[in-house]
Write a protein that binds this ligand. Sequence first.
Ligand SMILES: [Cu+2]
Length: 168
Amino acid sequence: MKNFLLTTALTMSLAAPAFAAGEHEASHGDMKSDEHAAMMVGMPGDASKVDRTIDVTLLENDEGQMLIESEDLNFKKGETIRFKITNKGELEHEFVLDTVERNAEHKEEMMEMAGMDMKHADPNRMILDAGASAEVVWTFSNDGAYEAACLIPGHYESGMHRKVSVGK
Ligand SMILES: [Cu+2]
């Protein structure tokens, strides 16, 4: 199994979740006033105004697929969702919310940068080591068709993308 050699190194990092910032209020203060702060897909939400919680599992299966498992990702404009994300796989994964177009662009960038450390944290992007969990509170401020994905090279093609629809 190709993933076997990676498992040992990843297991060693389990004690320190790669991304815990989303779990406390301080992360809101880290928002930069760049293009990422307010996006079509929405913006970081107020943890005291969560409408619903959605559990998300990131994993690989025995058939060689990589998956983002959750209930259907159908929301209403203005809804604030707490995503509780757990990486149950043996590899690092991420959970990105964005438009299909921007995910495609970002995926290309990730391919070009393969091998470099791309762990910059955008507010719409959670990176999770194997075994790690994280939360993101997100407000969907615009209706439309969006996407949840993992853009680590090869993962999207292996199945790590889900439709997100935000109704009016
Ligand atoms: Cu992945």
